[in-house]
Design a protein. Sequence first.
Length: 129
Amino acid sequence: MSLKDEFKAFIMKGNVVDLAIAVVVGGAFGKIVTAFVDGLVMPLVSYVLPANIKWEEWVLGNFRIGAVLGATINFLIIALVVFLVLIKFLGRFMKKEEAPAAPTTKECPACLEQVPLKATRCKHCTSQL
């Protein structure tokens, strides 16, 4: 198999294509959440903070604490939205109701041990079933 054929087989694997789609969609979703945080959440944070100070410009020496605060809040909101939408909301629809499996054992009336359903004698106490 040539290098070209091997590379084509690698690229066409389902996992690679799914990962590429997830990265593109995740990037677009990240932009939406960033706009949400910058446009709605952080202005609300500004109401809590003193009026003359913009949180984005907070610095401690050479460290831009405001930028770190914004990135942290962005991450937490993205994680919360992903959890709520993908895990909680879509998880309800993805769960398949599985019928309980038919029992393969029964209980011995004498010793209360589990024995195979087709057994005629208990292997623990040897009583007739």
